[in-house]
Design a protein around this ligand. Structure first.
Ligand code: SF4
Ligand code: SF4
Length: 278
């Protein structure tokens, strides 16, 4: 028995859209009887790439999150379908039957991830099939995974303990995109963006001279992290929790230590942290 999954490493995704394009190439105008009807020209995003902008000038960040169907083990789309029009295969892949699902628009709205799309011409809900037709023909990967140039997408069998995905799932901090949906998704993520704090350490009295190589610590939320400013005096701490209280402390020989406390309601730019001579 297999349990197929895709592990998506957000840290490795550069937003090239190859996964989206290869998915379109595989399905636009192409019918796979028993698996999926042909995708129409517009309004189908079986593999989406969401751009997430965080922080603000002068320290903004952009992350990209690839988003196919999550192939949930507790799938609301299956519950919403009549006549078994959406079903889970023995290998975990959730499929929409392109014949039985005709006319069942309610299936589209049942998905909390919004990854089912209505084909108005065929009157059919459609979504990612994890390229089940390819896998059944002996191909090793879905098209999106095959086309990803950075290794951000890893496909495999979670029940095969020797597979790369099973090993990565054990060694990395994997999570669901929206655990609050409670759908127990098979598709998992690494590095989903959280909150970050950034700042710049400057020596007072030196006309705003930046302070490279200075120790900066962050405490709070059960964390005790340490970093060193770069050659521009910049520092940052990533993957912090929303609404948690944190303190950033800066210290270097010859200058008075400085502390800044804040609540992480949104990404925080502390701006210049000015160190005064002792
Ligand atoms: S992500 Fe949406 S379409 Fe995919 S299995 Fe889950 S509920 Fe169904
Ligand atoms: S192909 Fe890979 S790197 Fe490019 S957008 Fe998709 S997941 Fe990101």
């Amino acid at each position: 028995m297999s349990r197929y999954s895709i592990l998506i490493d957000v840290n490795k995704c550069n937003g090239c859209y190859n996964c989206f394009l290869s998915c379109r190439d595989e399905y636009y105008g192409n019918e796979y009887p028993g698996y999926s009807a042909a995708q129409p020209l517009n309004d189908q995003f079986w593999m989406q790439v969401a751009e997430i902008e965080r922080g603000e000038y002068p320290k903004p960040k952009i992350s990209y999150i690839a988003k196919p169907c999550m192939h949930c083990e507790s799938a609301p789309c299956i519950d919403a379908a009549k006549d078994g029009a959406v079903y889970r295969r023995d290998d975990g892949i959730v499929m929409i039957d392109p014949v039985k699902a005709k006319g069942q628009e309610a299936i589209v709205n049942a998905c909390p991830y919004r990854v089912i799309f209505w084909n108005s011409e065929l009157q059919l809900p459609q979504k990612c099939t994890m390229c089940a037709h390819r896998l059944d023909e002996g191909e090793k990967q879905p098209r999106c995974v095959e086309s990803c140039p950075t290794g951000a997408l890893v496909f495999g069998d979670l029940d095969d303990q020797n597979s790369e995905i099973a090993k990565l799932s054990k060694s990395l901090d994997v999570e669901s995109l929206h655990p609050e949906f409670g759908t127990d998704s098979l598709v998992k993520y690494v590095g989903i963006p959280k909150r970050f704090v950034a700042g710049e350490v400057v020596f007072a009295g030196k006309e705003g001279e930046c302070a490279p190589g200075v120790k900066v610590t962050l405490t709070g939320g059960g964390l005790n992290l340490e970093t060193v400013t770069d050659i521009f005096g910049d520092f940052e701490f990533e993957r912090l929790e929303k609404n948690e209280s944190y303190t950033v402390a800066v210290s270097v020989d010859g200058y008075a230590a400085k502390e800044v406390s804040f609540v992480m309601r949104k990404d925080v730019n502390l701006g210049e942290v000015v160190l005064d001579p002792k």
